[in-house]
Design a protein around this ligand. Structure first.
Ligand code: ZN
Length: 253
């Protein structure tokens, strides 16, 4: 099932995608829910970020080839970082190029969406706390990341976390093709099966330390092929079984 968040005529809601229509959900998708039977055509709505996370937890260097391309080793423990809620934008929203960077990179990533409040999740319970999966772009100011020891600015600026286009709930995420194109040209192509640490390990590791809330998002790292984005570029992240997340890079106004 694909669950989208949308707005139409000033109203915001969740809907289940059925071909080219959304079947509007009563309430929200983080508990048992009913469909209202009210249908809205997909081309009449604006798709929003599929969730509004309280926090986005990122994981660095989780694909060996990507770690190597930036001259890094795969770390012994996963590198984790935050992207604030204000970094999240939706499908079709513009990525405003930050004024303090000259080297902004795309990072195509599989995003895990959390369904229920959880902490200290044992490996065998990880599936129970996940609502589904969506596409993410962990947009990174690479020059700032090199310059500043903590990555709050490099990875947390406004618009640096495009998510969408919807959450796919019925998906085995263990070996999916993940791709990034810029202006239609392929930049990244990998498989989620090449993650150094699988999703179960990441959720165990993160929830050892902190509570995850419904709608929180875990980014699982990017495959090799990261590279620059420029003003005017259109960047698209496509993950097998989910869909395509497209955003345009604009000058910050
Ligand atoms: Zn990343």
């Amino acid at each position: 099932m694909r669950i989208a968040r949308f707005s139409i005529d000033g109203n915001v809601g969740f809907g289940v995608l059925e071909r080219d229509e959304l079947d509007v959900i009563k309430g929200h998708p983080f508990a048992e829910f009913e469909r209202s039977g009210q249908k809205v055509p997909l081309d009449k709505v604006r798709l929003l970020p599929p969730v509004l996370p309280n926090k986005v937890v990122g994981v660095g260097r989780n694909y060996a080839e990507h770690a190597a391309e930036l001259g890094n080793e795969v770390p012994e423990a996963p590198v984790t970082f935050f992207k604030p809620s204000t970094s999240v934008i939706g499908p079709g929203d513009p990525i405003a190029y930050p004024s303090f960077s000259q080297e902004v990179h795309h990072e195509a990533e599989l995003a895990v969406v959390i369904r229920r409040m959880c902490r200290e999740v044992p490996r065998e319970r990880v599936k129970d706390v996940i609502l589904g999966y969506t596409c993410a772009n962990d947009v990174t100011a690479r020059d700032v990341q090199r310059r500043e020891k903590q990555w709050a600015r490099a990875k947390g600026f406004d618009g640096s976390c495009p998510l969408g286009p919807w959450v796919e709930t019925d998906l085995d995420p263990s070996d999916l093709t993940i791709q990034c194109t810029v202006n239609g040209e392929q930049r990244q192509l990998g498989r989620t099966g090449d993650m150094v640490r699988p999703i179960e390990d990441l959720i165990v590791h993160i929830t050892e330390a902190m509570t995850l809330l419904p709608g929180d998002v875990v980014l699982t790292g990017t495959p090799a092929g990261v590279g620059p984005l420029n003003v005017g570029d259109t960047v698209a992240v496509t993950i097998e079984g989910i869909g395509t997340l497209t955003n345009k890079v604009i000058k910050r106004g």
